[in-house]
Design a binder for this molecule. Structure first.
Ligand code: CAA
Length: 259
């Protein structure tokens, strides 16, 4: 039974909502465990072709890891907490279909780390992003020191982490931390539009594309080219490759079967 995570699947799109608005959707052990279960269940649902992650309420996506829960942790407990967050966010990074974070309001600390474990991010114009862990006497613990550098580059990632300052949506857009900025009212419809565009394509080939493009940043050019050509060849064992190319040549819209 899930209390703090809501999930529904509609038209090939899975919506995951972190539902702790009174604590600005802060991530505690329970949220992380329910999140992990939710991802496990969605992974088995073959109708899911895109995932949208959002926070409940209109104030925050996620305002970070739960400071009340962390305050009295021993070093051993802190390590377990960090590992748990890393594990869940790694599941999101490697989720077999594309993921989109909808950032309404604050995405701070663990919230920013959650957003950057998704493939894409859309922010509302009132979004505030940052990694304020240093102001609490800790460092990012859910993959931020690794992923933030990958997303915005070493110098800017360090500026954000070293100062702990909050950034407005426009600056996040300028820095490539979010894909686009829309008004709060448009946030869900924009997310749904982007997810539908993705869900419309071949599910089987999209999963191959997601896996290959996600792995690229960790590989050498030679390794990257190798997995690309192997994966390219796997596409030719799918029905959707035949359908996509036949449809193009017959000047009609493809009808993908996602296999
Ligand atoms: N953990 C636990 N509770 C939190 C929280 C968090 N990260 N962020 C907000 N809350 C709670 C507040 O304690 C408050 O609860 P009460 O009503 O019971 O007092 C409620 O949410 C509303 O928050 P505020 O009253 O503070 O709201 P505000 O509008 O005045 O400020 C804010 C909003 C600027 C986001 C402020 O809440 C804030 O700075 N939050 C903490 C942000 C932060 O430092 N995040 C990083 C956490 S560390 C981390 O994430 C480590 C990691 O990588 C693993």
């Amino acid at each position: 039974m899930s209390e703090l995570i809501n999930a529904k699947v509609q038209n090939g799109i899975a919506w995951i909502e972190i539902n702790r608005p009174k604590a600005l959707n802060a991530l505690n052990f329970q949220v992380l465990s329910e999140f992990a279960n939710c991802l496990d269940n969605l992974k088995k649902d073959k109708s899911v072709r895109a995932v949208i992650i959002k926070g409940a309420g209109d104030k925050a996506f996620v305002a970070g890891a739960d400071i009340g829960e962390m305050k009295d942790m021993s070093p051993k407990e802190a390590k377990e907490f960090s590992k748990k967050g890393q594990e869940v966010f790694m599941e999101i990074e490697n989720f077999p279909v594309p993921t989109i974070a909808l950032i309404n309001g604050y995405a701070l600390g663990g919230g920013c780390e959650l957003a950057i474990s998704c493939d894409m991010r859309i922010a509302s114009d009132n979004a505030r992003l940052g990694t304020p862990e240093i102001t609490l006497g800790v460092i990012p613990g859910f993959g931020g020191t690794k992923r933030l550098t990958r997303v915005v580059g070493d110098a800017f990632a360090k500026e954000l982490m070293f100062t702990g300052r909050m950034m407005k949506a426009d600056e996040a857009l300028e820095r490539g931390l979010v894909n686009r900025v829309v008004s709060g009212e448009e946030l869900e419809s924009e997310g749904e539009k982007l997810a539908s565009e993705i869900a419309d394509k071949s599910g089987v080939v999209m999963s191959i594309l997601k896996e290959v493009s996600t792995k690229q940043s960790e590989l050498t050019a030679e390794q990257g080219m190798l997995i690309e050509s192997s994966a390219f060849s796997v596409c030719f064992s799918t029905e959707d490759q035949t359908e996509g190319m036949n449809a193009f040549l017959s000047k009609r819209k493809p009808e993908f079967k996602h296999q």
